[in-house]
Ligand binder design. Structure first.
Ligand code: C2E
Ligand code: CA
Ligand code: CA
Ligand code: CA
Length: 276
C-alpha cells in the first residue's frame, strides 16, 4: 500500500536532480581529461568473411577518471553538447592515425575514426584532418571517417563541404549505425559515401525467416549494385557470422572476432587472424 503516488513523487525529484548533476560532473571532468591523461584509444578489428582476416580497425574512445571508467554512451553525448568533442575528437584522430601507420604498412589495414556532426561544423575541420595525415604520414586512402545519417539532415545527396573535400583527397566516408536514422533504403542509391555499417539491431541473430533478414539483405543487395561495401556490426556468435556470409556480407565486426582493446590487444589479434 506504500507504493502509491506519493512514493513516486519522492523518487522522481532526486532522479531529475541527479541527471543534471551527472551532466555537470561529466562535463567538468571531461574538461581536464586530455591533460590529465585520462583518455585512451581502444581498437576493434573489422574482418573479412569467412576467414576473419583483419582489413580495418575502428578507434573507440575510452575515458577513465580517478573514480573508474565512464561508458562512451554516457560521456560522448555530454562532450557533443558542451563542444568538448571538438578538442577530444582532434586528440583521438591524431592518436589513431599515429598508431595506424605501422598496421597499414604491415597488414594493409585502414583506420576508422568516429566523427560527430559537431566537429564537422568547425570551419577548419578538413584542414585539421589533412594536417594530421601530414604529421603522421598516414596515406589518405588508409583513413575512414565514420559519420551518422544525421549528417545529411534530410538532404541525402549532399555531403557537407568539409567531407566532400576530404573525400576528394581519397579519405573514405562510412555511414555508422545504418538503418537507425531516417535515411530510408531509397536514399542508398544517392548517398555520397564509401562504406555502410549495418547497425547491430538489424543483424540476424540466427538462421531465422526471410523476413528477419529482409533489411540486411536489401542493404547488401543495393550496396553491391553500386559496389558499396557493408560492414555488419555487433557479431557475437559464429552462427551470426555464417548467416551473414550466406547473405553475401563480406565484412563484419563484433565480439565474436575481437573485442575493442588497447593497441597491445589489437597486436595479439593481428598475430592470431593475420598470420604472415
Ligand atoms: P559505435 O561507433 O557504433 O561503436 C560500436 C560500439 O559497439 C562500441 O561501443 C563497441 O565496443 C560496441 N561493440 C562492438 N562489437 C560489439 C558486439 O559484438 N556486441 C555488442 N553488444 N557491442 C559491440 P563503445 O565503444 O561503448 O562506443 C559506443 C559509441 O560511442 C560508439 O558507437 C560511438 O557512437 C561513440 N564513440 C566511441 N568512440 C567515439 C569517438 O572517438 N568519437 C565519437 N564521436 N564517438 C565515439
Ligand atoms: Ca562507429
Ligand atoms: Ca555503429
Ligand atoms: Ca552508435
Amino acid at each position: 500500500a506504500k507504493r502509491g503516488g506519493r512514493d513516486r513523487v519522492v523518487r522522481y525529484r532526486p532522479e531529475l536532480r541527479s541527471a543534471r548533476e551527472t551532466f555537470t560532473r561529466i562535463s567538468a571532468g571531461l574538461r581536464h581529461a586530455v591533460e590529465r591523461g585520462e583518455l585512451a584509444v581502444h581498437y576493434q578489428p573489422v574482418v573479412e568473411l569467412p576467414g576473419a582476416r583483419i582489413v580495418a580497425v575502428e578507434a573507440l574512445l575510452r575515458w577513465t577518471p580517478a573514480d573508474g571508467p565512464v561508458p562512451p554512451d554516457d560521456f560522448i553525448p555530454v562532450a557533443e553538447e558542451t563542444g568538448l568533442i571538438v578538442p577530444i575528437g582532434a586528440w583521438i584522430l591524431e592518436q589513431a592515425c599515429r598508431a595506424a601507420g605501422t598496421w597499414h604498412e604491415r597488414f594493409g589495414t585502414s583506420i576508422t575514426v568516429n566523427v560527430s556532426v559537431r566537429q564537422l561544423a568547425e570551419p577548419h575541420f578538413a584542414d585539421e584532418v589533412l594536417a594530421v595525415l601530414d604529421r603522421t604520414g598516414l596515406p589518405a586512402a588508409a583513413l575512414v571517417l565514420e559519420i551518422t545519417e544525421s549528417v545529411f539532415a534530410g538532404d541525402a545527396d549532399a555531403l557537407p563541404d568539409a567531407l566532400a573535400r576530404l573525400r576528394g583527397h581519397g579519405i573514405r566516408i562510412a555511414i555508422d549505425d545504418f538503418g537507425t536514422g531516417y535515411s530510408s533504403l531509397s536514399y542508398l542509391n544517392q548517398l555520397p559515401v564509401d562504406i555502410l555499417k549495418i547497425d547491430r539491431s538489424f543483424v540476424p541473430s540466427g538462421p531465422g525467416s526471410d523476413g528477419d533478414h529482409a533489411f540486411t539483405r536489401a542493404v547488401l543487395q543495393l550496396g553491391s549494385s553500386r559496389s558499396l561495401p557493408a560492414i555488419a556490426e555487433g557479431i557475437e556468435t559464429a552462427e551470426q557470422a555464417e548467416v551473414l556470409h550466406a547473405l553475401g556480407c563480406r565484412l563484419a565486426q563484433g565480439y565474436h572476432f575481437a573485442k575493442p582493446g588497447p593497441a597491445s590487444q589489437l597486436e595479439a589479434a593481428f598475430a592470431r587472424l593475420n598470420p604472415v
